[in-house]
Design a binder for this molecule. Structure first.
Ligand SMILES: Cc1cc2nc3c(=O)[nH]c(=O)nc-3n(C[C@H](O)[C@H](O)[C@H](O)COP(=O)(O)OP(=O)(O)OC[C@H]3O[C@@H](n4cnc5c(N)ncnc54)[C@H](O)[C@@H]3O)c2cc1C
Length: 396
């Protein structure tokens, strides 16, 4: 990191580096760098981080978080990604965890927060539906109250890593007659072993069954698993989405990709000169470098995390530009790899015998198409920025 840090901040950074590089096994970090983190890798590294108080630093201190300054939060995110430590599972650390801290009942906090921080519970996100993605408020899955239970019918789609899920946090319509669609939605916690829940995997463009569909046929949720107030789920969802967007920006990951691309471009020969010396290539590379520096500076000034019950607007900005940089770097990496970039991976998943730069270029390129879609598409982020940050009229 090039930024001027105080002596205390450097000490803080070195302490983190020690944990990230010496406590988290090197093979786990290498697979993470290659974009091939396994379920077990994620569980192991999150538990190691948690044992050092580093799995959920954004949470309030009383629930296991850290009372860090903006700079310390930035150093944490940056060092974690630069050491290629798998990011703590976002569903737990930056989605349902903060919602439970802010809006959960004391019983829910007592029951769920510690196992959520330690990844003893793997959470899945059940928001999107076939006709409800960007227009999430149009969701059709219903929950109707029957005695001490809620009965859920409907379906969810694009549930990332739902094959590993123990519990799902989901949105369902509890008042079909609410004056505004947003006002009739509630937020529930569901044990994914409950009868009536069926999963079907979806294979993505890179050959990985990373996402799933879920079908609910009379699934019963105990009344105490409603989060906050009935029909107020939209407020909690907005708070959660602010944090989700922030965690997708992955600036430190872009920095490691940038270094890899720069290094490889030195080795590729173009007419007797390294590609890294080509003026057009250099211009594109350093355009990305400048955008990364700007992102870094923005993230240092503002965490982008939702707070005091309010979703963060800055998270839209970080998400939009962070994902554009990631995708631009993945395109550049394909160019550096040239015709060596093999399209690896059958429908039962990639079978790489090497972890070399070119082989992984295609996989990463394909997989990173998703970042401009999930967590709210980049078009939607532009809309949020236009309306709510720039205050532009006429965009409603
Ligand atoms: C890999 C992957 C993983 C995902 N994981 C999860 C998960 O774990 N849990 C979950 O709940 N969801 C998940 N999602 C769903 C994701 O949040 C939605 O795909 C996303 O919100 C977009 O919704 P949609 O797919 O219905 O597209 P649509 O809303 O149908 O949009 C289609 C296109 O139209 C554009 N568009 C739509 N409305 C507007 C507008 N008002 N102005 C301008 N352009 C507009 C969009 O930007 C997009 O380009 C995942 C998606 C992907 C691809």
């Amino acid at each position: 990191m090039d930024l001027e840090l105080t002596a205390d901040e450097k000490k803080f950074r070195d302490g983190l580096r020690d944990v990230f590089r010496n406590e988290v096994p090197a093979d786990i970090r290498q697979r993470s760098l290659d974009g091939r983190t396994t379920r077990d890798d994620l569980v192991t590294s999150m538990r190691i981080l948690n044992s050092h108080g580093l799995a959920v630093p954004e949470w309030p201190v009383r629930f296991g978080g850290q009372d860090w300054s903006e700079v310390q939060r930035f150093i944490y995110a940056s060092e974690l990604q630069r050491a290629s430590v798998p990011q703590p599972l976002a569903f737990n650390a930056s989605m349902v965890g903060p919602v439970l801290c802010e809006f959960g009942s004391p019983e829910q906090q007592e029951r769920f927060l510690a196992p959520t921080a330690n990844l003893d519970i793997w959470w899945s996100q059940g928001f999107s539906e076939p006709e409800a993605g960007s227009d999430l408020a149009s969701l059709k899955t219903t929950a109707r109250r029957e005695g001490d239970e809620w009965v859920i019918d409907g379906s969810k789609t694009w549930t990332t890593l739902g094959q590993y899920g123990d519990w799902m946090f989901l949105l369902a319509r509890t008042d079909p007659h609410a004056p505004k669609r947003q006002m009739g939605i509630s937020f529930f916690l569901l044990d994914m072993n409950t009868a009536g829940l069926e999963r079907r995997p979806i294979v993505l463009i890179d050959g990985e069954p990373e996402v799933n569909e879920f079908f609910f046929d009379g699934v019963r949720i105990p009344a105490e698993n409603l989060v906050g107030e009935e029909n107020q789920g939209w407020t909690y969802a907005k708070f959660l989405l602010g944090n989700e967007r922030n965690s997708i920006a992955r600036i430190g990951t872009s920095q490691t990709y940038f270094e890899a691309v720069t290094e490889m471009a030195d080795e590729v020969d173009i007419g007797g000169e390294p590609l890294s010396q080509d003026p057009e290539f250099r211009a594109r590379l350093y355009d990305i470098k400048l955008r990364l520096l700007a992102l870094e500076a923005t993230q240092m000034r503002v965490t982008g995390a939702s707070a005091n019950g309010q979703p963060s607007l800055v998270s839209s900005l970080l998400k939009l530009e962070g994902t554009r940089v990631l995708q631009d770097l993945s395109s550049l990496r394909m160019e550096v790899a040239g015709s060596d970039a093999g399209l690896v991976g059958e429908h039962d998943g990639p079978d790489l015998s090497t972890t070399d730069f070119a082989n992984l270029a295609a996989l990463q390129y394909l997989n990173l198409r998703k970042v401009s879609i999930f967590g709210g598409t980049n078009e939607i982020q532009r809309r949020v920025i236009a309306l709510n940050i720039l205050g532009l009229k006429g965009t409603r």
